[in-house]
Design a protein around this ligand. Structure first.
Ligand code: 5GP
Length: 194
Protein backbone atom coordinates (compact mmCIF):
# COMPACT_ATOMS: atom_id res chain seq x y z
CA UNK A 1 0.00 0.00 0.00
CA UNK A 2 1.78 3.05 -1.32
CA UNK A 3 0.37 5.49 1.24
CA UNK A 4 1.74 3.40 4.13
CA UNK A 5 5.10 2.74 2.43
CA UNK A 6 5.56 6.46 1.77
CA UNK A 7 4.75 7.25 5.38
CA UNK A 8 7.20 4.62 6.66
CA UNK A 9 9.89 6.07 4.37
CA UNK A 10 9.16 9.58 5.62
CA UNK A 11 8.61 9.04 9.34
CA UNK A 12 9.85 5.54 10.19
CA UNK A 13 13.13 5.21 12.07
CA UNK A 14 15.28 2.10 11.77
CA UNK A 15 16.60 1.22 15.22
CA UNK A 16 19.36 -1.27 16.04
CA UNK A 17 18.21 -4.90 16.38
CA UNK A 18 16.05 -4.82 13.22
CA UNK A 19 13.35 -2.80 14.94
CA UNK A 20 11.39 -0.20 13.00
CA UNK A 21 10.08 2.68 15.09
CA UNK A 22 6.79 4.04 13.84
CA UNK A 23 5.79 5.79 17.06
CA UNK A 24 4.96 9.06 15.35
CA UNK A 25 2.02 7.71 13.34
CA UNK A 26 1.23 4.09 14.16
CA UNK A 27 1.83 2.81 17.66
CA UNK A 28 2.16 5.73 20.01
CA UNK A 29 0.81 8.84 18.31
CA UNK A 30 -1.73 7.48 15.81
CA UNK A 31 -2.74 8.87 12.42
CA UNK A 32 -6.36 7.78 12.37
CA UNK A 33 -6.96 8.95 8.81
CA UNK A 34 -4.12 6.67 7.68
CA UNK A 35 -5.73 3.88 9.75
CA UNK A 36 -9.00 4.55 7.94
CA UNK A 37 -7.30 4.11 4.55
CA UNK A 38 -5.64 0.93 5.88
CA UNK A 39 -9.01 -0.37 7.06
CA UNK A 40 -10.44 0.20 3.59
CA UNK A 41 -7.51 -1.64 2.04
CA UNK A 42 -8.07 -4.61 4.38
CA UNK A 43 -11.75 -4.55 3.37
CA UNK A 44 -10.75 -4.71 -0.31
CA UNK A 45 -8.16 -7.47 0.26
CA UNK A 46 -10.55 -9.64 2.28
CA UNK A 47 -13.66 -8.91 0.18
CA UNK A 48 -15.88 -11.96 0.04
CA UNK A 49 -14.72 -13.44 3.35
CA UNK A 50 -17.67 -13.72 5.77
CA UNK A 51 -15.92 -11.75 8.54
CA UNK A 52 -18.10 -10.98 11.57
CA UNK A 53 -15.37 -10.13 14.10
CA UNK A 54 -11.91 -8.62 14.26
CA UNK A 55 -9.43 -9.93 16.83
CA UNK A 56 -6.17 -8.25 17.78
CA UNK A 57 -3.65 -8.21 20.61
CA UNK A 58 -2.94 -5.64 23.28
CA UNK A 59 -1.63 -3.00 22.91
CA UNK A 60 -0.41 -1.63 19.60
CA UNK A 61 -2.77 -3.59 17.36
CA UNK A 62 -5.84 -2.11 19.01
CA UNK A 63 -5.95 1.27 17.25
CA UNK A 64 -5.62 -0.21 13.76
CA UNK A 65 -8.08 -2.99 14.56
CA UNK A 66 -10.70 -0.55 15.89
CA UNK A 67 -10.67 1.57 12.76
CA UNK A 68 -10.72 -1.53 10.55
CA UNK A 69 -13.69 -2.78 12.58
CA UNK A 70 -15.55 0.46 11.83
CA UNK A 71 -14.90 -0.09 8.10
CA UNK A 72 -16.08 -3.73 8.31
CA UNK A 73 -19.03 -2.83 10.61
CA UNK A 74 -18.08 -5.60 13.04
CA UNK A 75 -16.99 -5.67 16.70
CA UNK A 76 -13.35 -5.93 17.69
CA UNK A 77 -11.97 -8.05 20.53
CA UNK A 78 -8.43 -7.67 21.81
CA UNK A 79 -6.49 -10.43 23.52
CA UNK A 80 -5.52 -9.19 26.97
CA UNK A 81 -2.01 -9.59 28.26
CA UNK A 82 -2.74 -10.04 31.93
CA UNK A 83 -5.44 -11.50 34.09
CA UNK A 84 -7.70 -8.76 35.33
CA UNK A 85 -10.80 -8.78 37.47
CA UNK A 86 -12.75 -7.75 34.38
CA UNK A 87 -12.29 -11.07 32.58
CA UNK A 88 -14.36 -14.01 33.74
CA UNK A 89 -13.29 -17.24 35.27
CA UNK A 90 -12.02 -19.47 32.52
CA UNK A 91 -10.81 -17.53 29.47
CA UNK A 92 -9.06 -19.01 26.42
CA UNK A 93 -5.40 -18.56 27.21
CA UNK A 94 -2.07 -19.08 25.41
CA UNK A 95 1.59 -18.20 25.94
CA UNK A 96 3.26 -15.84 23.46
CA UNK A 97 6.93 -14.94 23.10
CA UNK A 98 7.42 -11.19 22.69
CA UNK A 99 9.65 -9.94 19.88
CA UNK A 100 10.18 -6.47 21.29
CA UNK A 101 10.48 -7.41 24.96
CA UNK A 102 12.22 -10.79 24.63
CA UNK A 103 10.07 -12.57 27.21
CA UNK A 104 6.99 -14.75 27.40
CA UNK A 105 3.57 -13.61 28.44
CA UNK A 106 0.05 -14.95 28.67
CA UNK A 107 -2.73 -13.64 26.44
CA UNK A 108 -6.38 -14.37 26.95
CA UNK A 109 -9.84 -13.81 25.55
CA UNK A 110 -13.07 -14.35 27.42
CA UNK A 111 -15.23 -17.26 26.24
CA UNK A 112 -18.07 -14.77 25.99
CA UNK A 113 -16.52 -12.87 23.10
CA UNK A 114 -15.20 -15.65 20.88
CA UNK A 115 -17.40 -18.59 19.90
CA UNK A 116 -17.71 -21.24 17.20
CA UNK A 117 -20.07 -18.92 15.33
CA UNK A 118 -17.30 -16.39 14.70
CA UNK A 119 -15.46 -15.80 11.40
CA UNK A 120 -12.44 -13.81 12.41
CA UNK A 121 -10.06 -11.39 10.74
CA UNK A 122 -6.88 -11.12 12.82
CA UNK A 123 -5.16 -7.74 12.76
CA UNK A 124 -1.79 -6.63 14.11
CA UNK A 125 0.60 -3.75 13.59
CA UNK A 126 3.74 -5.82 12.88
CA UNK A 127 4.65 -9.31 11.86
CA UNK A 128 8.19 -10.32 12.81
CA UNK A 129 8.61 -13.91 13.99
CA UNK A 130 4.87 -14.49 13.86
CA UNK A 131 4.54 -15.46 17.52
CA UNK A 132 1.84 -12.92 18.32
CA UNK A 133 -0.17 -13.98 15.27
CA UNK A 134 0.31 -17.68 16.03
CA UNK A 135 -1.00 -17.03 19.56
CA UNK A 136 -4.10 -15.30 18.18
CA UNK A 137 -4.70 -18.19 15.76
CA UNK A 138 -4.50 -20.63 18.67
CA UNK A 139 -7.02 -18.61 20.68
CA UNK A 140 -9.45 -18.55 17.75
CA UNK A 141 -9.04 -22.28 17.23
CA UNK A 142 -9.59 -22.98 20.95
CA UNK A 143 -12.95 -21.25 20.61
CA UNK A 144 -13.82 -23.35 17.57
CA UNK A 145 -14.09 -20.14 15.53
CA UNK A 146 -12.84 -19.78 11.93
CA UNK A 147 -9.80 -17.73 10.92
CA UNK A 148 -10.77 -15.94 7.71
CA UNK A 149 -7.41 -14.22 7.41
CA UNK A 150 -4.68 -12.13 8.99
CA UNK A 151 -4.20 -8.46 8.15
CA UNK A 152 -0.87 -6.92 9.09
CA UNK A 153 0.18 -3.31 8.71
CA UNK A 154 3.95 -3.92 8.43
CA UNK A 155 5.53 -7.29 7.75
CA UNK A 156 9.27 -7.59 8.17
CA UNK A 157 9.75 -9.95 5.25
CA UNK A 158 13.30 -10.83 6.29
CA UNK A 159 11.94 -12.45 9.46
CA UNK A 160 10.17 -15.81 9.33
CA UNK A 161 6.67 -14.97 10.67
CA UNK A 162 4.85 -14.17 7.43
CA UNK A 163 5.96 -17.33 5.66
CA UNK A 164 5.29 -19.49 8.73
CA UNK A 165 1.72 -18.21 9.07
CA UNK A 166 1.10 -18.54 5.30
CA UNK A 167 2.38 -22.13 5.47
CA UNK A 168 -0.35 -22.81 8.04
CA UNK A 169 -2.81 -22.10 5.23
CA UNK A 170 -3.84 -18.71 6.56
CA UNK A 171 -4.63 -15.93 4.07
CA UNK A 172 -2.14 -13.25 5.15
CA UNK A 173 -2.23 -9.73 3.71
CA UNK A 174 0.44 -7.23 4.75
CA UNK A 175 0.02 -3.62 3.67
CA UNK A 176 3.78 -3.03 3.56
CA UNK A 177 6.44 -5.73 3.39
CA UNK A 178 9.96 -4.67 4.26
CA UNK A 179 12.63 -6.61 2.44
CA UNK A 180 15.54 -5.07 4.31
CA UNK A 181 16.38 -2.11 6.49
CA UNK A 182 19.62 -0.59 7.67
CA UNK A 183 19.98 1.10 11.05
CA UNK A 184 23.17 2.91 10.01
CA UNK A 185 21.94 4.47 6.77
CA UNK A 186 18.23 4.48 7.65
CA UNK A 187 17.49 2.88 4.27
CA UNK A 188 14.29 0.82 4.04
CA UNK A 189 13.65 -1.40 1.00
CA UNK A 190 10.13 -2.68 0.37
CA UNK A 191 9.10 -5.77 -1.51
CA UNK A 192 8.05 -4.56 -4.96
CA UNK A 193 5.12 -5.23 -7.31
CA UNK A 194 2.42 -5.08 -4.72
P1 5GP B 1 6.18 -11.34 16.33
O1 5GP B 1 5.33 -12.02 17.32
O2 5GP B 1 5.65 -11.44 14.90
O3 5GP B 1 7.62 -11.71 16.43
O4 5GP B 1 6.16 -9.79 16.68
C1 5GP B 1 4.97 -9.08 16.59
C2 5GP B 1 4.83 -8.04 17.66
O5 5GP B 1 6.08 -7.48 18.03
C3 5GP B 1 3.98 -6.92 17.14
O6 5GP B 1 2.73 -6.98 17.77
C4 5GP B 1 4.72 -5.67 17.49
O7 5GP B 1 4.11 -5.06 18.60
C5 5GP B 1 6.10 -6.09 17.87
N1 5GP B 1 7.12 -5.79 16.85
C6 5GP B 1 7.82 -6.69 16.10
N2 5GP B 1 8.72 -6.09 15.33
C7 5GP B 1 8.60 -4.78 15.55
C8 5GP B 1 9.28 -3.62 15.02
O8 5GP B 1 10.19 -3.69 14.18
N3 5GP B 1 8.86 -2.41 15.48
C9 5GP B 1 7.87 -2.28 16.39
N4 5GP B 1 7.53 -1.05 16.76
N5 5GP B 1 7.22 -3.34 16.94
C10 5GP B 1 7.57 -4.58 16.51
Amino acid sequence: MKLLEDRIRRDGVVAPGQVLKVDSFLNHQMDVELFWAMGQEFKRLFAGAPINKIVTIEASGIGIACIAAAVFHVPVVFAKKSQTKNIDGNPYQVTVESFTHGRQYQVMISRKYLTSADHVLLIDDFMANGKAMAGLIQLVQMAGATVEGAGVAIEKGFQPGGDAIRRMGIHVESLAIIESMNAETGEIIFKENR
